[in-house]
Ligand binder design. Structure first.
Ligand code: ZN
Length: 74
């Protein structure tokens, strides 16, 4: 679990108790969205709004992305 992330993007629609943050898989550099409270994971910001999470929390080497990476990924 990542605390003190600077990349809050949405209020979690699932647990309604935590922020959804942008995280990065350090192996693939792919960006994900993770709820800090319930660990629900999404791979697209649109999916957060639709309430359509990735089924299971995958093996991701999480790290905070840099701002450029977020911008590059829209
Ligand atoms: Zn949540």
């Amino acid at each position: 679990m990542i605390n003190n992330s600077n990349y809050h993007v949405a209020w979690c629609p699932f647990c309604n108790q935590g922020w959804v943050d942008i995280i990065k898989d350090s192996l693939t550099s792919k960006l994900f969205l993770l709820c800090a409270e319930c660990d629900t994971l999404w791979d697209d910001p649109i999916d957060v709004e639709l309430g359509n999470p990735i089924v299971s929390k995958m093996e991701i080497n999480m790290e905070e992305p840099i701002l450029k990476e977020i911008k590059d990924n829209g």
